[in-house]
Design a protein around this ligand. Structure first.
Ligand code: COA
Length: 158
């Protein structure tokens, strides 16, 4: 089965990495698909995000890092994906995720969305929170992989 784990990954956090690890065990092939969205102001360029995620997932033979623009369902069709995987961190994620999955279902009913519940220790994490802590010189040890921490420190000249 081919799965897509889509997102912005600006940057990838330990929560994202946990999702990738869990999905890599469950699916034959996992595409971690980075949305190239010119309307969203990102700290990291698309190339930087691709490079970081490629380095971070090198040890999973069935994980592919890719980028896409336009509709997720069109990208899913192009790679013959069977499912979209999304993580649920808290009840507050539910409404937005429901809306997205129903929209995708209506556009392309053959594609299922599966939700994995984030582990409690990652349930408060988001890329924005991580960037805020980094910009203010906080300890990022529990939030992001070492490689991402180094790149964040470079961005904020810490
Ligand atoms: N651990 C840690 N953080 C997580 C997380 C997890 N398991 N899951 C989500 N997050 C955080 C992200 O870090 C991000 O934080 P931020 O807002 O502080 O940057 C936030 O939750 C949003 O998550 P993300 O997964 O990046 O979603 P997104 O909303 O940026 O993108 C897409 C969602 C890419 C799937 C969606 O926008 C999309 O499909 N776009 C294509 C256009 C399309 O098809 N639209 C129609 C269908 S709705």
């Amino acid at each position: 089965m081919i799965a897509i784990y889509p997102g912005t990954f600006d940057p990838a956090t330990n929560g994202h990495m946990d999702m990738i690890e869990r999905c890599a065990k469950k699916f034959d092939t996992l595409y971690v698909a980075i949305l190239n969205n010119p309307n969203k102001k990102c700290l990291f360029t698309l190339e930087e995000r691709l490079e970081m995620l490629t380095d971070l997932t090198r040890h999973y033979p069935n994980v592919k890092i890719a980028s896409f623009d336009g509709l997720l369902i069109d990208y899913a069709k192009s790679i013959n994906a069977d499912v979209i995987v999304r993580g649920l961190r808290a009840v507050s994620d539910y409404e937005y995720e429901m809306q997205m999955s129903l929209c995708n279902q209506s556009l392309y009913p053959e594609l299922e969305t599966l939700f994995l519940v984030a582990k409690t220790r990652f349930s408060y994490l988001s890329s924005s929170i991580v960037k805020e802590v980094a910009s203010l010189g906080g300890n990022l040890e529990n939030f992001v992989p070492d490689l991402v921490r180094e790149e964040l420190l470079k961005k904020y000249n810490k």
